[in-house]
Design a protein around this ligand. Structure first.
Ligand code: ADP
Ligand code: ZN
Ligand code: ZN
Length: 728
């Protein structure tokens, strides 16, 4: 048989199928060793054939099959081919999504060795009688095992020395048994304590009793979506199937894992970037072998090797993290749709603030819309008060806090409740500027201004992480008048501490959550202190359920409105609604103070009225008139190189060819433009981009891929983003 193998070498020139021969049957998806260019490399069998163009005498043999079972299961092979064709990804990049590094490196399980005494007591007795009384450790170990029956080898060695234990094993006095010890432990399953309300139950019934399809669950914050997901999954398990549940960033939502572990015990496996290699290995293997049937994880968990999928759930479906914006680029919803269809299961997308794209698909009938318009126990939604910050300043308040926010916060603290404070930036000041000449310090390698971090008195680049010493004066004109502009989380914490010296204040942003479990610790600390305040970036908006939070302050809502991005209003709507949704989730009602310089902007009116429908209608209409998604496909071709001229030449060449393509297909094109990227340089790499809006035609997309191929040049790397999100 001829097998077609992709070699595990990340190089454009070898990313194709190579023919090899093998006498025995090997399953497709197997991991093999093959001779390749004078050495032996690892590879994966992606298909088999009976014909080859290679001369019979020249065809090489597969050297070895590395595992008994193929690491890429059949349904995932189909997904691999779909992704390679649709996104034009390299085989090897998709394979690396399907088989995580820990498994490719074969990190292995941790084995636990248990020691017991030889069953034949006469052997032991004879050994003891022959052993002289001075061999205290030997007699001690035997006595210990007599008393306790068994011990792990490591415990026994700690008590009586490793040499002793090894000697007893060698003399067959101690018998050993080894078994896998999983590195991650989950709590035991608990009895269900929550009874679904009628709305929840009817949604679970509809999803589990209908033919497979895609559902969009629009449920306001606090409407109890998690219980709905868990019951859909429970139903899948009861029919012998498994499930995948995706959440935006799992370390931000330890609560979700806790709830799932209570419901499903050791049937869950959690995949996320915070795991060690060993932990990833164990979790993946538990899924692969069918020991864990409920997979919870961030977007890459959509590639988990579960058999027999019964449901896929994407929670907070509007979240930007479902777009992979670096190689390999993909959109999780598209991948999930493919997988659900192949498996014949339902896909449920849930959110309090669905993306315009998804809601549009529900409106035109491609998704089935399900709604949960009320909070659990009919709790009221928090009231949102919009504060005009320009008016505050005119009335003499120059603080970053409005008067109403401070007085609400005082009340909240006095009542012993908790508050969350949202600010879009980390650090202390988001930029520095010389008052004399207007100089702004920028990163040497990136085209962005530096952010001041007071804690370590440094300037940092938020794109590449490079650190710079704080300015003592202006390097351009020598002036010492340096202005700190823009407010970050650090400064908010400092000022809150001045107002509330005795209240614990926690900060959650990229700086405070670098270490493992830092998220969980901050959330646990905050959760166990009341009154207290949690200050944070968009991290605090993600699904947290703290019953004692009654006040949410949104200090600068406008920031996300003014990015050069057609989704800016949508993102602002989502963010403000999600942050607001953290307030008043239990007995006490909630209040939100939203500070803005644009109080009349329509997005805030819709947010304050919780009128998603009206917001959607306005936004959708705008997109239709202007031919933006969902009424077109927005594609970005990013052309990058260390050499500015080379990148520019390739972009220009491509642009001319695309113009020809437009001339031939005028009705398919709404927009075509080439430009330097808004962030012209990141980590010393120069960036150009071509932005297109086209009708969603696969034919045109394929022609764009062809043009990209024709224009390739050495030292220039090009990416085609089919679902361009961030045009920076
Ligand atoms: P959402 O994800 O929609 O914002 P959650 O799933 O976090 O909402 O639920 C909000 C709160 O309501 C949680 O504390 C949850 O335990 C509780 N809850 C959910 N369903 C019920 C129910 N049927 N009865 C009582 N409490 C419920
Ligand atoms: Zn200056
Ligand atoms: Zn930088």
């Amino acid at each position: 048989m001829i097998y077609q193998v992709v070699v595990d070498v990340a190089n454009n020139n070898v990313d194709r199928l190579f023919d090899y021969e093998y006498d025995l049957d090997i399953p497709i998806g197997s991991h093999v060793l093959v001779p390749f260019g004078g050495r032996t490399v690892e590879g994966y069998i992606l298909s088999e054939t009976t014909k080859t163009d290679i001369d019979q005498s020249k065809i090489k043999k597969i050297s070895r099959v590395l595992e008994d079972t193929p690491p890429i299961k059949e349904d995932l092979l189909k997904l691999l081919h779909f992704m390679c064709e649709y996104y034009h990804l390299r085989y090897i990049d998709v394979i690396r999504l399907l088989i995580p590094q820990a498994v490719r490196q074969d990190v292995g399980h941790m084995m636990e060795v248990t020691c017991t005494l030889n069953d034949d007591m006469s052997v032991v007795d004879e050994f003891v009688s022959k052993t002289r009384g001075s061999a205290k450790n030997i007699l001690g170990a035997i006595q210990y095992l007599r008393e306790f029956g068994a011990s792990t080898k490591s415990d026994l060695s700690k008590k009586f020395s490793l040499a002793t234990v090894n000697k007893l094993i060698k003399d067959k006095i101690i018998v050993t048994h080894s078994k896998v010890r999983y590195r991650v432990k989950y709590g035991a399953q608990e009895k269900d304590s929550i009874k679904l309300n009628d709305v929840q139950q009817s949604i679970v019934d509809e999803v589990t009793n209908s033919a497979p399809g895609v559902y969009l669950l629009h449920g306001v914050t606090g409407s109890g979506k998690t219980e709905v997901y868990m019951n859909i999954i429970k139903h899948a398990l009861s029919t012998g199937k498994s499930a995948i549940m995706l959440v935006p960033e799992i370390s931000l939502t330890p609560q979700v894992v806790r709830n799932f572990s209570k419901k499903f015990g050791e049937d869950i496996a959690v995949l996320h970037s915070g795991l060690s290699l060993g932990e990833k290995y164990d979790e993946w293997m538990r899924i692969y072998s069918g020991k864990a049937r409920v997979v919870i994880g961030a977007r890459s968990a959509i590639f988990a090797p579960v058999d027999n999928l019964g449901a896929i759930i994407i929670d907070e479906e509007h979240d930007g993290s479902y777009f992979s914006e670096s190689n390999p680029r993909y959109y999780t919803h598209e991948v999930a749709r493919f997988r659900a269809k192949e498996s014949g299961c339902s896909l449920v997308l849930g959110s309090a603030t669905p993306s315009i794209d998804s809601y549009h698909l529900a409106k035109i009938g491609q998704y089935k819309l399900l709604t949960m318009p009320e909070r659990i126990n009919k709790l009221p939604m928090p009231s949102i008060e919009i504060v005009d910050m320009a008016a505050e300043h005119r009335q003499g308040n120059d603080s970053i806090f409005s008067r109403i926010f401070l007085s609400e916060l005082e009340g909240c603290i006095a009542d012993g409740h908790q508050a969350m404070v949202y600010i879009n930036r980390r650090g202390f000041a988001s930029f520095l500027m010389c008052r004399e000449c207007g100089y702004i310090p920028k990163c040497e390698d990136c085209d962005v201004s530096l952010v001041y971090h007071k804690e370590d008195n440094m300037l940092k680049c938020h794109y590449c992480g490079k650190r710079y010493r704080m300015l003592t004066g202006c390097p351009e004109c020598g002036s010492h008048e340096i202005k700190l502009g823009g407010v970050g989380t650090e400064r908010v914490c400092k000022e809150l501490a001045e107002h509330f010296p005795n209240v614990p204040i926690y900060r959650m942003d990229n700086d405070t959550t670098r270490t493992k479990n830092a998220h969980a610790k901050i959330l646990a600390d905050f959760g166990s202190h009341s009154p207290s305040i949690l200050v944070g970036t968009q991290m605090i908006s993600k699904g947290h359920d703290f019953p004692n939070v009654t006040l949410v302050g949104i200090l600068d809502a406008d920031l996300s409105l003014f990015f050069n991005d057609f989704r800016a209003t949508e993102k602002t709507y989502q963010l403000v609604t999600q942050v607001s949704g953290r307030a008043g989730r239990a007995k006490e009602s909630g209040k939100v103070v939203l500070q803005t310089y644009f109080p009349k902007n329509y997005v805030y009116r819709y947010v304050a009225n919780y009128d998603y429908e009206a917001f959607f209608d306005k936004e959708d209409n705008l997109r239709r008139i202007t031919h933006f998604p969902p009424y077109s496909r927005l594609i970005r071709i990013l052309v990058t190189s260390k050499d500015d001229t080379q990148a520019k030449d390739v972009a220009h060449d491509m642009f001319l060819k695309l113009k020809d393509l437009r001339r031939e297909n005028p009705e398919e094109f709404y927009f075509l433009e080439a430009m330097r990227s808004p962030v012209a340089r990141i980590k010393s790499v120069c960036r150009y981009q071509i932005v297109l809006r086209i009708s969603d035609s696969l034919d045109i997309i394929n022609k764009i891929y062809d043009i990209e191929k024709e224009c390739r040049a050495r030292d220039v790397v090009t990416f085609i983003e089919l679902n361009a999100q961030n045009l920076k």
